[in-house]
Design a protein around this ligand. Structure first.
Ligand SMILES: [Zn+2]
Length: 109
């Protein structure tokens, strides 16, 4: 059996954590999934969601999770539109992080 884990934060790629609380008794179980990066602020609050449901909702996304890989300008140019759309969050972050290299191997600025 494969245990499904929380995917990394879609905005910064850090590991999130999940907490359950019962502010209004068992009927209104509240699940909070929060990015582990304090500077990110990404979080999701789900009311009445059990572990499996909360996990599924956090892990559902149209784009690939942030991989924090290094791209070359040529690799990005060679992507078809579908591949580009799936990686857009990572590429946007890569530009900020200096993970995109030009044709000479220097960081794109
Ligand atoms: Zn984050």
């Amino acid at each position: 059996m494969t245990v499904e884990l929380l995917k990394p934060c879609p905005f910064c790629g850090c590991d999130p954590h999940m907490d359950f609380s019962f502010p209004n008794g068992v009927r209104a179980e509240e699940c909070l999934i929060q990015c582990g990066n304090d500077e990110c602020g990404c979080e999701m609050v789900l009311l009445g969601a059990g572990y499996a449901s909360a996990l599924k909702q956090w892990n559902t996304r149209k784009t690939k999770p942030i991989e924090k890989r290094t791209y070359t300008k040529a690799q990005i140019k060679a992507m078809d539109i579908k591949e580009y759309a799936e990686c857009i969050d990572d590429i946007r972050l890569a530009l900020d992080d200096g993970r995109i290299l030009n044709d000479e191997g220097a960081v794109l600025s």
